[in-house]
Ligand binder design. Structure first.
Ligand code: SF4
Length: 124
């Protein structure tokens, strides 16, 4: 991901602690983010970091959203459990490996095995 968008960040030159502090400072940061032209790119980058090993950047405000708001959005954007399980079973029937299914569906290998095992047990 190119980070050129950061050159247009409204927060450039502002104390970064505002975006990683607690309580009231995050509210200030969100107000600044509201006027930022690269807010969508920044929020996407924040979500990408949360999926990486860059744990120190998991918290704080990215694109005007704090960690709790991002967690809520992730939860809302996940397919419902029944849809997800059906997707896992369809992919299994098509011979896709559990590891590939886990990557495609966004779950762990363990979840793929659990869904397959539960279905096999109920069919027996
Ligand atoms: S959205 Fe907020 S944190 Fe992101 S670049 Fe803009 S001002 Fe900075």
């Amino acid at each position: 991901m190119s980070l050129d968008w950061m050159l247009s960040a409204v927060c450039a030159g502002v104390d970064p602690e505002l975006w990683h502090g607690a309580g009231g400072t995050l509210t200030k940061a969100k107000k600044i983010c509201a006027a930022c032209p690269v807010r969508p790119q920044c929020e996407a980058y924040g979500r990408e970091l949360e999926g990486s090993a860059a744990l120190k950047d998991r918290h704080g405000v990215w694109g005007g959203t704090d960690a709790k708001a991002r967690a809520r959005r992730r939860k809302q954007s996940r397919p419902a459990k029944a849809d997800r399980d059906a997707q896992i079973l369809r992919l299994t029937e098509h011979g896709v490996s559990p590891k590939e299914i886990a990557e495609l569906v966004g779950v762990t290998d363990r979840t793929v095995h659990r869904v397959k095992n539960t279905t096999e047990r109920s069919a027996a």
